[in-house]
Design a protein around this ligand. Structure first.
Ligand SMILES: Nc1ncnc2c1ncn2[C@@H]1O[C@H](COP(=O)(O)OP(=O)(O)OP(=O)(O)O)[C@@H](O)[C@H]1O
Ligand SMILES: [Mg+2]
Length: 399
């Protein structure tokens, strides 16, 4: 600001030729008069910073009679001007800095989270559904981030469900083709036999005897039975594996179940000495009676297939800790160590080559293992020295 009443540095009078007549104050000759008569303010001395103001003096005839000049020190004016300038520069600088800092923070607050959202969305777009946007603010960007996170979670869940369904469909498909190829293979032999004998029977030119006809009919009946067993065994294991056939647990007498299972076999004509040995401590076991009977039937059936005549097949029931332990042992051909696990797989038959007549569908032990596992037990096969095998499985007590 210019000071309201500046001090006067000098006052000087000049004649009409602009020669100094007199002066009061600090007028210096070298300051001179303004070049023109025009009474405007001129900065005359840069060092002392004085404004020299001059005006003409007129006589009565309105002619210039001389000049008067006055000097005003302008330090305070300049200082004020400089101060003003500095203040303006500082104020504007500060304002600009404030605007820049504010913009940095405001834009940062908007752009950085948006960058995070963009990066996460790109990752999600590339299929990485585990990406979580690390934005927790409560503003609109926070809302967008939370919505994106929720969307990614939903997508991940849907993707997970679809993968599960897809895997199940693949498994079902694999089972279907497994069933079709095994069924085609295992049903071909009985079907060929049935077809062949049915054709023979219907051939009037052959004049078959009654005994011959009966024999052929027996073969047809037994092959049909084999096919029916294969199909029902296959359906059963599928149901058990898919959890569609759950055990109906009840307290049962294991020895009574073992006797029921054994009652189906004709040990006398097989010339096998069969015995059940049960520890007196094993009075009751909690299990599905029908399923347990099926397990024992399958194991006795196998033992009988391989037990040589006049040897023993023994079913033992004992207690071990919290388990009821069942074992079926025979003195047959035994099972090589490398097949002791494999024989429990579906359709596995170790004797297709060396004992083709004894071969079944290879589902018996697979069903046995699924049932034992459904009860929370385990099964394995071990050698029965000096010869044969012993199948051992457990049914644990229910807690
Ligand atoms: N006691 C045993 N002694 C020797 N080998 C056995 C005995 N039990 C099972 N095996 C072998 O394990 C294979 C699988 O048995 P599994 O009971 O699953 O099928 P399978 O008896 O051939 O047919 P299925 O029981 O379905 O009629 C048998 O084919 C046989 O090679
Ligand atoms: Mg079997």
């Amino acid at each position: 600001m210019i000071m309201a009443e500046p001090d006067v540095d000098y006052v000087a009078f000049f004649d009409k030729n602009k020669e100094i007549i007199t002066q009061a104050g600090n007028f210096q000759n070298n300051l001179g008069l303004p070049a023109s008569d025009d009474p405007k303010i001129v900065l005359t001395d840069r060092h002392r910073r004085i404004y020299n103001v001059s005006r003409p003096i007129y006589d009565d005839t309105r002619k210039v009679a001389g000049y008067i000049a006055a000097g005003f020190p302008t330090m305070s004016y300049h200082k004020a001007l400089e101060d003003d300038k500095r203040n303006i520069v500082v104020t504007w600088g500060l304002a600009l800095l404030t605007v820049l800092i504010a913009s940095y923070f405001i834009l940062g607050r908007i752009i950085r989270p948006l960058e995070k959202v963009k990066t996460a969305m790109m990752k999600i777009g590339d299929g990485d559904l585990t990406e979580i946007i690390p934005v927790s603010s409560r503003d609109e960007i926070g809302v967008i981030a939370r919505e994106c996170n929720a969307m990614a979670m939903k997508l991940a869940q849907t993707y997970h469900n679809l993968s599960d369904v897809n895997q199940k469909l693949t498994e079902i498909n694999e089972r279907k083709s497994e069933f079709l190829s095994t069924a085609a293979h295992d049903l071909r032999t009985p079907l060929t036999l049935i077809g062949g004998f049915a054709e023979t029977l219907s051939n009037k030119n052959l004049n078959l005897s009654g005994a011959q006809k009966d024999k052929y009919l027996d073969i047809i009946a037994s092959e049909t039975k084999k096919m029916a067993k294969f199909i029902s065994d296959y359906l059963d294991i599928t149901k058990i594996e898919n959890g569609m056939h759950l055990p109906v647990m009840a307290k049962i007498n294991p020895e009574a179940v073992a006797r029921e299972a054994a009652a189906e076999f004709d040990f006398e004509s097989a010339k096998v000495i069969f015995a059940i040995r049960s520890e007196p401590a094993v009075a009751k076991v909690t299990a599905d009676g029908e399923m347990l009977e099926r397990v024992l039937r399958n194991l006795i059936d196998n033992a009988l297939k391989y037990a040589p005549q006049n040897t023993a097949v023994t079913l033992e029931i004992t207690r071990r800790g919290r388990d009821t332990v069942f074992s079926v042992s025979d003195s047959g051909m035994g099972i090589p160590d490398d097949l002791k696990e494999k024989i429990f797989e579906k359709f596995f038959s170790a004797n297709r080559v060396n004992a083709p007549k004894k071969q079944g569908t290879g589902l018996g032990l697979a069903i046995v293992r699924s049932i034992v596992q459904l009860h929370g037990g385990t099964i394995h096969v071990e050698d029965n020295p000096p010869r044969g095998s012993r199948f051992v499985f457990t049914i644990p007590d229910i807690k």
